[in-house]
Write a protein that binds this ligand. Structure first.
Ligand SMILES: [Zn+2]
Ligand SMILES: [Zn+2]
Length: 128
């Protein structure tokens, strides 16, 4: 197999694993999953492919809580983050965010908005 083919095969597998989970893994967490399928893959390869796919809009990068997390669902959707354990979950109901007139007046054409709520998840709340 040519190197280029192997690279895109690896990217496909990384994307497949990411789409298969809903926990918004960090690169390290995803690496652990992908490694079960490609035992000789390096953490650097996983990082590079995630950054590349995020920059081309194939996946979402969630920069929050000091860690980058990745989401196989590239359509912007609201998230809920636990400030105790750091997990990020999707909200299963739509959230309509108004676009203030001031934003339009600033000359920008607003094309999207990311929403992240944060707080303490039910699991962590029970421990506290
Ligand atoms: Zn929690
Ligand atoms: Zn998500």
């Amino acid at each position: 197999m040519k190197i280029g083919q192997r690279r895109s095969k690896q990217r496909e597998l990384i994307l497949e694993e990411l789409k298969g989970v809903t926990c918004h893994p960090t690169a390290d967490e995803l690496y652990e999953l992908v490694r079960k399928r490609i035992s000789n893959i390096s953490l650097g390869t996983v990082y590079r492919n995630l950054e590349l796919m995020a920059s081309t809009g194939v996946i979402l990068k969630i920069e929050s809580g000091g860690k980058n997390r990745f989401d196989g669902n590239a359509t912007p959707h609201p998230h809920m983050r636990c400030t105790e354990c750091g997990k990020v979950e999707d909200l299963m109901f739509p959230v309509n965010v108004p676009v203030p007139d001031q934003l339009e007046a600033s000359g920008y054409k607003v094309t999207g908005c990311t929403i992240e709520y944060y707080g303490i998840c039910p699991d962590c709340k029970n421990i506290c």
